[in-house]
Design a protein around this ligand. Structure first.
Ligand code: MN
Length: 347
């Protein structure tokens, strides 16, 4: 268990500007209970006070491996893309643009919320196994994965919502590493994922000394999933996010055998964003409006024209049994929400 908002262990970047120049900073993860009937705890490394984004990556949760059956009822998103990368287990995704797909390890789900979308996510369990079986928890398959969000730039954040599943991602294999390119371009291979800012995300397996080509304009970060990597003298184990700054043509690291890590990067995201619950906005008022629109769906009924913003999801109607219902928005805080700004001197 790590502490909330602990200061980074090392500061090599120019003071107050983590996006300028190369560095190695370890930002600790924090354990966050997601609540609900089947409580699930995730390890969250973005956002952090002082490091709200890496490129446009604005949210990074890692969960498992654990025998927890994900069951997330319909909930809304706005102003972001969700990037779902399962490492173990299968998840059924349904959303308000009509998608109903199972995502498996090696496959990628990207949901572009734009002005508003809603979705649900349920673990796919072996036939005959029911979540509410008295001893079901002991029988559940292991599940593990990453849930990431990407902030949409202002020019496109009100766009029509959409969904993309990619089952065949490009892979770069060399003598020293094997990389699956989730989004953007890495080592000459480009993912077909439709993204809205210069960005990269890759799942990389490596052993021994490795040199990875990088875009020097981007800032980068590494999240170790398995094994351990030494980057410029700092050992990076599973848990914290290693922020690497900008200005790197390549990254040299020394990986123990069987090391696996996520490489995330992008052009530093210069817009100040306001993140609250499942929304990425710019002002308190627009986030409040999104919350009201989601809550209106419960108050007005799903067929009222005024609830069209976040749409409907097939399979979650009143007859859906354990899958009926929705996640209500939490109350807004009593104070005005303020945008998360990049680390500045004096803060
Ligand atoms: Mn979601």
């Amino acid at each position: 268990m790590t502490n909330l908002e602990t200061a980074p262990s090392q500061e090599v970047c120019p003071a107050g500007h983590p996006g300028q120049g190369p560095c190695v900073q370890l930002w600790p993860s924090r354990d966050v209970p997601l609540g609900g009937v089947r409580n699930m705890t995730v390890s969250r490394t973005l956002p952090q006070r002082g490091l709200p984004t890496v490129g446009a990556w604005c949210f990074l949760d890692s969960f498992g491996p654990d025998r927890v059956a994900m069951g997330v009822l319909p909930h809304p998103h706005m102003g972001l893309q969700t990037v779902t990368w399962p490492l173990l287990g299968e998840v059924r995704h349904r959303d308000s643009v009509g998608s109903d797909v199972v995502v498996r390890p090696g496959q990628l789900n990207i949901m572009t919320a734009g002005r508003g979308i809603s979705h649900s996510e349920f673990a796919v369990l072996p036939a005959g196994l029911h979540l509410n079986a008295p001893d079901g928890s002991a029988l559940l398959p292991l599940s593990r994965g990453l849930q990431l969000w990407v902030a949409l730039p202002d020019a496109v954040r009100h766009r029509t919502p959409s969904f993309q599943q990619i089952v065949d991602l490009p892979v770069v294999a060399t003598d020293s590493f094997r990389a699956t390119v989730l989004v953007g371009e890495f080592a000459g291979q480009r993912s077909p994922a439709i993204m809205y800012s210069p960005i990269v995300g890759a799942d990389i397996s490596a052993s021994g000394a490795v040199e990875l080509p990088l875009n020097p304009v981007f800032e980068h970060a590494v999240l170790v999933l398995d094994g351990s990597a030494v980057i410029e003298g700092q050992t990076v184990d599973p848990g914290p996010l290693a922020f690497l700054g900008t200005g790197r043509e390549s990254l040299r690291l020394e990986a123990t055998p069987g090391t696996r890590f996520m490489l995330l990067g992008g052009e530093p995201f210069e817009e100040d964003i306001l993140m609250w619950w499942n929304f990425v906005g710019r002002t308190h008022e627009e986030v409040e409006k999104a919350r009201e629109d989601w809550e209106a769906q419960a108050l007005l009924g799903e067929d009222d024209a005024r609830v069209a913003r976040f749409g409907l999801i097939n399979g979650h109607g009143p007859d859906a049994g354990a899958e009926a219902g929705r996640i209500p928005a939490p109350p807004m805080p009593g104070v005005q929400l303020k945008p998360r700004t990049r680390n500045r001197a004096g803060e």
